[in-house]
Structures are given as C-alpha cells and as structure tokens.
Design a protein around this ligand. Structure first.
Ligand code: XBP
Ligand code: MG
Length: 255
C-alpha cells in the first residue's frame, strides 16, 4: 500500500452537523419567502436526505411527498430560484456562527497541515455554502487550507455517483490508493468507494446512524478529542480513542 498523501472530506454531516438545524431551516425560510406553505419537519427531512443536492431534493419532494402541488410551467427555473433563496438564508445563518465544526475536525486538519498532508473537499453542497462554513466556523483563512474544493454542480451526477471524488482526485493528480475519505452517509460512502478509495472513515450523526456503511473500513460516532473520545460502531480503531494522524496512517496502511 502506497503512503498516505491526502485527506478528502465531505462537508455536510462530516465537518459539521449542518442538515437539521442548518439546511432544513434555510429551506423552510425560502419556502415562506416564496409564499409556499411547505414545511419540512425534522422527520420528513430525514427521508428527503435520501437524495443529495438541494435542487434535486426539492424535486424529489414534489415527486414523492407533495404530488398535489400545482407545478409552474417552468419548474426548473422555479426550483433554481427557490434554491437561491435557500442558499442566501443558509449562508446568512453560517455568517452568524450558527453551526460549529464537529468534535476533532479542526484539530485533525491542523495536524494534517503541520505535516504537509494534502487536503481536499468533495461535497454535493453549493460552493458558497462551503466557503461560508469554512470561513465562519473553522478559520477566516480555512478555504486556503484545501488544495481542491469540489462542490455542487461542478459534476452533474451527485453522490452516490463517484464523480465528485473522481473530479477532486483528477484535479490533484493523485490516485485513490493514497487517499483517506471522510464521510457521514451511505450515499457518501458509495461515492468515495465508487471512485476507488478503499479507506473510508465514517463519523455518523442522528440522521445517518442507521445507514448501511458497507465499504467503509471504520465507522465511529465522531472523530473525538483526547478525553472526549469516539465510540467504535464498526471496524478496528486499534485501541485509540480519538482520530489522529497515527490512527489514520495505521488505518490506511492496513487497508
Ligand atoms: C449533502 C447534501 C446537500 C445539502 C444541501 O450531501 O445533500 O445537498 O443537504 O446543499 P453530502 P445544497 O454530505 O453527501 O455531500 O442545497 O447547497 O445543494
Ligand atoms: Mg455528508
């Protein structure tokens, strides 16, 4: 196995718990702005997460959960406009510091930077959402920590398609066997594994804890910190209690 060179991170659910109190709330605000009586409850949103991408999620909602809605002639533009409103609300929420990074994320990124590991992002969310989250919840300069930020519509087929991971690795001119991917969801694991990454580390959250993570080598409830460690859901963490570079190197070498 080649030496570990790069860490590729999903964003939503992995870097930060953005879905329930972030994206979902922003969608509902956009619906209200547009005069729609749609309300995505915490429970319904869990079902809608089956589909990645906000525009795709609105369409999925109309196709399966709100079939009686009288659709405008130009449904595509209607969805694009609605989604723009949602993005504005979401980025405003982030600018107010509404959503913190998950446990261990900042520490691990800093450790990786110190030893010169290459960092990238592979996400389905809109690029401006990634910028706002990194800037306001991680560090004012954090966008610059990542060599490649692969996000949103840059590839037409979103997760679980492998395209976004493949695109990120192409930009880095790097092969999958020197990468570890960080994910929180079944669709994310499918995408990373489909792109050839055999070392996928999952940190679950409330929406994803029951997902099928087949293909992920290690599933934890969080990256954790010394003294506030992770719980192992599946895989071998080698007795460690938080994710650091030593664990990642062992994990990668053993795959
Ligand atoms: C994340 C998503 C995103 C967000 C919404 O999936 O599905 O669509 O919910 O973002 P993953 P946009 O973590 O697997 O990348 O509304 O900007 O699309
Ligand atoms: Mg995710």
């Amino acid at each position: 196995m080649a030496e570990l060179q790069a860490l590729i991170f999903d964003v939503d659910g992995t870097l930060a718990d953005t879905e329930r109190d972030g994206h979902r709330v922003a969608f509902n605000k956009a619906f209200a702005d547009a005069g729609l009586d749609w309300d995505w409850s915490v429970e319904l949103y869990g079902q809608l997460l089956e589909v990645t991408g906000g525009k795709e999620r609105i369409r999925f909602y109309l196709d399966h959960f709100n079939t009686g809605f009288e659709r405008p002639d130009d449904l595509d533009s209607f969805i694009v406009d609605l989604h723009k409103k949602k993005t504005a609300h979401y980025t405003n929420m982030l600018a107010e510091g509404a959503i913190p990074m998950r446990s261990g994320v900042k520490r691990l990124l800093q450790e990786a930077r110190e030893v010169g590991l290459r960092l990238a992002i592979a996400t389905t969310t809109t690029p401006s959402n990634v910028s706002a989250l990194l800037q306001h919840s991680l560090d004012a300069d954090a966008e610059g920590w990542f060599e490649v930020i692969a996000a949103g519509d840059i590839v037409p087929a979103k997760k679980p398609a492998p395209d976004i991971y493949s695109w990120a690795m192409q930009q880095m001119d790097i092969s999958p066997d020197v990468c570890v991917a960080f994910e929180d969801s079944e669709n994310g694991v499918k995408s990373a594994v489909g792109a050839g990454i055999n070392t996928v580390l999952v940190t679950t959250n409330d929406y994803t804890e029951d997902h099928d993570f087949n293909g992920a080598e290690l599933v934890l409830d969080q990256l954790g910190e010394p003294g506030d460690g992770f719980r192992v859901i599946s895989g071998d963490a080698g007795g460690a209690d938080h994710v650091d570079l030593a664990l990642l190197r062992r994990f990668h070498a053993g795959a």
